[in-house]
Design a protein around this ligand. Structure first.
Ligand code: ADP
Length: 435
């Protein structure tokens, strides 16, 4: 399920970002190309203007001058004397002339299409051949070459003695420049989309990681809870079944079993509830100033009978000087101490020794429960705070579900403190809570 979500999120992130990037690239290309084209056309117009001014100050148009101008500006010049091509146009090779003639015809067609109105207006009657000089610049796409051309048409004189100079400039270079720019953008956009895809895959993967882990934890939690609940419930059911047919003197035993197993289920359910509240942030901590030494003394007294039952020596070590009050939830901290003491008593064999102590170092309270019990292996130390985890050698203990330390961890975490475990000097374990 998460694989699909991962893929969809990646596609969504990549798609949206790529769409924005492509739209921006297209806008940029449009603005840039329009600018390039209008600059080029403007430059051509300026050139035609200069050529016209030159012509105006010349009484004779020499072939030499025309060739020079052609070479300088990469232009094609056509001189028409009253509509008849001038000798200058026939100086090239036959193939070249062919192309030139085609271009001339196409440019004239385009001119007529675009400036038919203006042409008719320009037919005034001049006295002097060079007295009227007009010029037009326009763009056209050559149907035969498929290339865009800029054309300038300079007209001198009047109807019966008209000299026309048509100047053509190919926009091929500009087109090549534009195509190059488009190609560069295409490569940049494709690379960016690939990079975005890779980045989105890792980014969404990282985003989903805690959700996936949480889902796995929930599944494990439900599986473990069901497993733990199944045993006491089946004992209750079979005891209840036996109760029906058992003689009255044995019924008492079955009822006792039902009560004990019922209490186990109730304690397990209440532990699970505490953890669920912590997961959903409904775990309330009501902090107030607490005398930790008094709190520890009360916990100690509560566990003395249980320790005595197992002939375990339980002692408490408190600082001689009075400590300042600690800002904590007394109920919850008592619960943590109870969990640690209960575990210590459970995992310490007969005649063992347990010490509950309180110290203060660098403004922090340290509550320690040290025993000389069975100890915890290095591998187990990493996992004992996980829900439902029990070390191999302690699995036989029936009234433990592997939830105590996870609850203690959540409580200490909610207080902003820490809980850790180390080996004790006497070979057992030492749990340390820092507040
Ligand atoms: P449980 O209810 O099973 O004690 P906890 O979460 O309190 O669950 O503890 C998890 C596991 O950590 C225990 O099953 C046990 O293996 C180990 N453990 C906890 N406290 C001690 C201890 N004082 N000595 C040895 N092992 C311990």
């Amino acid at each position: 399920m998460f694989q699909k979500v991962h893929l969809r999120l990646t596609l969504l992130c990549t798609g949206i970002t790529a769409a924005i990037m492509i739209i921006m690239s297209l806008c940029y290309l449009y603005v840039s190309e329009s600018g390039l084209k209008s600059n080029q056309f403007q430059a051509f117009r300026n050139d035609i203007n200069t050529i016209s001014t030159n012509l105006e100050h010349q009484s004779v148009i020499s072939m030499e001058w025309l060739s020079k101008m052609e070479a300088q500006g990469n232009y094609l010049f056509f001189v028409l004397d009253n509509g008849t091509p001038f000798l200058f146009n026939q100086l090239n090779s036959p193939e070249e002339n062919d192309v030139r003639e085609r271009l001339l015809a196409e440019s004239r067609d385009a001119y007529l299409d675009q400036f038919a109105m203006e042409t008719s207006v320009q037919t005034s009657k001049p006295d002097d051949v060079f007295s009227i000089l007009t010029h037009f610049e326009y763009e056209f796409i050559s149907p035969s070459m498929g290339t865009q051309y800029y054309a300038g048409r300079i007209t001198m004189g009047a109807q019966d003695s008209k000299l026309e100079i048509i100047v053509l400039s190919s926009a091929l270079k500009l087109e090549q420049q534009i195509n190059k720019q488009r190609f560069r953008f295409l490569i940049i956009d494709i690379s960016a989309v690939i990079l975005l895809g890779v980045f989105s895959w890792f980014f969404t993967g990282r985003l989903l990681k805690p959700i996936v882990e949480n889902q796995e934890k929930q599944t494990l939690f439900i599986a473990s809870a069901s497993h733990e609940l199944r045993t006491p419930l089946s004992v209750i059911l079979s005891a209840a079944e036996c109760c029906k047919t058992a003689p009255p003197e044995r019924r008492e035993n079955f009822l006792k079993t039902i009560t004990l197993e019922g209490m186990r289920v109730s304690s397990l359910v209440s532990d699970m509830l505490t953890l669920t509240q912590s997961d959903t942030n409904r775990f309330t901590i009501q902090k107030k100033p607490v005398e930790l030494d008094t709190l520890l003394m009360n916990s100690y007294e509560a566990f003395v009978p249980l320790a005595q039952e197992k002939s375990i020596s339980l002692s408490v070590e408190l600082p001689e000087d009075a400590l300042p009050p600690c800002n904590a939830d007394p109920e919850r901290i008592s619960q943590v101490v109870s969990i640690l003491l209960h575990n210590a008593i459970s995992y310490t064999p007969r005649y063992g020794r347990i010490v509950l102590s309180l110290t203060m170092q660098r403004g922090k309270f340290r509550i320690a429960v040290t025993d000389n019990g069975i100890g915890i292996s290095a591998a187990d130390k990493k996992r004992i705070f996980d829900r439902f985890y029990r070390a191999e050698k302690s699995r036989s203990t029936k009234d433990h579900f592997g939830l105590g330390l996870s609850i203690a961890h959540e409580i200490v975490k909610a207080h902003g403190g820490s809980i850790s475990v180390n080996d004790s000097e006497s070979g057992g374990s030492c749990f340390m809570v820092v507040l």
